[in-house]
Ligand binder design. Structure first.
Ligand code: PHB
Length: 356
């Protein structure tokens, strides 16, 4: 029987288990450059079958939070190289998540200029800035002529990721950030080729994925979506049809995986989307994420409802999560106060099981 502890082939990589570490923003990269402490954090978690890093902005334009890392310049590549070397030294595999925040950024990160988005629609909610929480503002709609430049930012970041020693990249098209803003009609009211129909709203994601696959090889590329996540004021009139189309169209590009946030981060319950339909439309590995424990993880794997399960907060607090699951050991509790920003406390000081 296939379990969380079974190996799985992802392109040329053999993952040691089916427990991925989900991407989590930790805000510990001052100035956007990854630090040696980050290398230690990821190395501690190298027994994950696959680590997907926290979101890394693909350009200065993509920044939306304090002290998040980038993956677009030489200094950042050097910082990440220490991270990938540390993970590889422990036999782990690591993909970097390519991130552009779009409208949920703030002028404070862009010399007073408005953040960019598919359309000038102000989201409800607040941005985390260096001066604390500030209301989201009305973004500037990208001109049609700027779209190629956005695709180029993703391609360039993917090339930087390979230079930094990553095994691959995950294109962040979830959780209300730029690519998700294009996908869903609550944030995209464009009247050109990138808005309107489902095909048009999915166009940017498909062009970005094509460019990234051409740059580094499709077997090194994954895509993350979040069909029902209302976080960052997201909504869509027909998410099942939208994400079935996204899965079908992505399939044709043969990326390694589709990573699906199956819940809403707002805690809202929404049964309008059957995730299994999306899985059936996608011809590649399906990574399930959102509130899984060991039992539910093993069940979806055994039932072939997912190929891999991504765990977020459990990995944050338990560097040796696969070992703990294997032994049915107790888990450390996560400390919310140290999730975003700070030092090694609540970052690299979660204990591992005593070695016998
Ligand atoms: C967050 O910082 O709250 C955050 C970042 C990226 C996500 C989701 C949440 O995809």
């Amino acid at each position: 029987m296939t379990t969380l502890f079974s190996t799985v082939q992802m392109g040329s990589l053999t993952l040691g288990n089916r427990m991925a570490m989900a991407p989590m923003t930790r805000n510990r990269a001052p100035g956007g450059t990854p630090t040696p402490l980050m290398a230690e954090y990821y190395q501690q978690r190298a027994s994950a079958g696959l680590i997907i890093t926290e979101g890394a902005q693909i350009s200065e334009q993509g920044v939306g939070y304090p002290a998040t890392p980038g993956i677009y310049n030489e200094e950042q590549i050097a910082g990440w190289k220490a991270v990938t070397d540390a993970v590889h030294a422990k036999g782990g595999h690591i993909f970097v998540q390519l991130w552009h925040c779009g409208r949920v950024s703030h002028p404070d990160f862009h010399q007073g200029e408005a953040p960019v988005a598919p359309s000038a629609i102000q989201p409800e909610g607040q941005a985390f800035t260096y001066e604390g929480l500030k209301d989201f503002i009305t973004p500037r709609a990208l001109e049609l002529e700027e779209i190629d430049g956005i695709i180029e930012q993703y391609r360039h970041a993917a090339a930087c990721a390979v230079q930094a020693g990553f095994d691959g990249v995950e294109i962040h098209s979830a959780n209300g950030y730029l690519l998700d803003q294009f996908l869903r009609d609550g944030s995209n009211s464009r009247t050109d080729a990138y808005g309107g129909s489902i095909e048009n709203r999915a166009r940017l994601l498909l062009e970005v994925t094509t460019a990234v696959c051409n740059e580094i090889g499709a077997d090194k590329v994954g895509v993350r979506i979040s069909p029902i996540n209302a976080f960052n004021d997201m909504q869509d009139s027909d998410p099942q049809a939208l994400f079935n189309h996204v899965a079908t169209a992505l399939s044709a590009l043969k990326p390694a995986f589709l990573h699906v946030v199956e819940v809403s981060m707002t805690g809202a319950t929404d049964s309008s989307v059957d995730m299994q339909q999306i899985k059936q439309h996608f011809d590649g590995l399906y990574i399930a994420n959102g509130g899984y424990d060991k039992k539910r993880g093993n069940t979806v794997i055994a039932d072939d409802d997912a190929d891999i399960v991504a765990y977020g907060i459990p990995y944050l607090a338990n560097p040796d999560l696969p070992e703990r699951f294997m032994q049915d050991a107790a888990l450390n509790d996560a400390d919310q106060a140290t999730f975003y920003g700070g030092d090694e406390h609540g970052y690299t000081d979660y204990p591992i099981l005593e070695t016998i």
